[in-house]
Write a new protein. Structure first.
Length: 87
């Protein structure tokens, strides 16, 4: 007797690290099951501050208003499609 094994279903999701993905989130959310926001990279790339540069790292403010706007926009796009978001 041969048993047919089905491959486990793996949820499709994205990691939001760059502003471009935030802009496209509303279009992409329909094809995804989950969205994760990488706040470190999103902050660094939004503010164009290299967190490894000792002279600039202190200016990388994860509480910056524009970073929060991008997080909010991502959550709104995913939530509108019933997708969960993790940070």
């Amino acid at each position: 007797v041969r048993m047919r094994l089905e491959a486990p279903r793996i949820p499709l999701g994205i990691m939001v690290e760059v502003v471009t993905v935030v802009v496209m989130a509303d279009n992409m959310a329909g094809d995804l099951e989950c969205v994760s926001i990488d706040t470190n990279d999103l902050t660094q790339l939004t503010l164009a501050i290299d967190r490894c540069n000792t002279e600039l790292a202190g200016r990388a403010d994860g509480l910056h208003t524009d970073v929060f706007r991008l997080i909010h926009r991502t959550i709104a796009a995913a939530s509108a499609r019933g997708r969960r978001v993790g940070v």
